[in-house]
Design a protein around this ligand. Structure first.
Ligand SMILES: CC(C)(COP(=O)(O)OP(=O)(O)OC[C@H]1O[C@@H](n2cnc3c(N)ncnc32)[C@H](O)[C@@H]1OP(=O)(O)O)[C@@H](O)C(=O)NCCC(=O)NCCS
Length: 167
């Protein structure tokens, strides 16, 4: 019998985000972060200068709807992850890793030299993912994240800035 912790990888293909994906991406984002972006905010992010976005879509379940996405911006030799999220019911099944690996390969193909991102110092799931890909911390922004409005008594959290050399 398989152990209870067994998690089956979700087979996905990763492709560019399309305009039709925006409502799904806004929903995934709202479920993932305390400060939600609505569809307009998501659209304006995706239309930003140098911004690209990838969506992970499951194979063979009859739909193309994304189950995760990553948004990044490249400026000259540097790129930054602006956001990444996997739909709440599909986490820990390889989607986030697939998105990051595609993003890294696309940036390497474009000869981008380094990729940076910012992550909550207590976001251990995301930190594990980034460390396993080779990201290293380069700075800490103290009290960078404000708590959600409904949790106003909570403390501000530090952010870590991580970097991956791409060459
Ligand atoms: C962070 C996030 C994108 C990871 O996506 P995911 O699809 O669950 O990630 P994966 O299944 O590909 O897991 C990749 C690695 O992340 C780490 N990880 C993911 N979930 C974890 C968990 N629950 N506990 C510990 N490590 C975890 C592990 O190192 C894992 O590798 P492994 O499964 O081989 O051990 C997802 O948890 C998420 O959407 N979180 C909310 C939004 C967020 O915090 N985004 C990051 C902001 S910087």
């Amino acid at each position: 019998m398989r152990p209870l912790s067994f998690r089956r990888k979700l087979a996905v293909h990763v492709s560019r985000v399309e305009r039709d994906d925006v409502p799904t991406l806004a929903q995934i984002h709202a479920d993932a972060f305390p400060h939600a972006w609505d569809e307009d905010a998501m659209t304006s992010l995706l239309n930003g200068n140098g911004v690209a976005a990838l969506a992970a879509r499951p194979h063979g379940d009859g739909g193309r709807a994304p189950v995760g996405f990553v948004v990044y911006r490249s400026v000259s030799e540097e790129a930054e992850i602006l956001t990444i999220a996997t739909a709440a019911g599909r986490r820990r099944r390889g989607v986030g890793r697939a998105l990051m690996e595609h993003c890294i390969r696309a940036l390497q193909a474009d000869r981008v030299e380094r990729l940076i991102l910012e992550v909550g110092a207590t976001n251990h799931k995301a930190l594990d993912l980034y460390r396993s890909l080779g990201f290293k911390p380069i700075s800490r922004r103290r009290g960078y994240y404000r708590p959600p409005v409904q949790d106003a008594a909570a403390h501000r959290h530090d952010a870590l800035v991580l970097q991956l050399d791409l060459d």
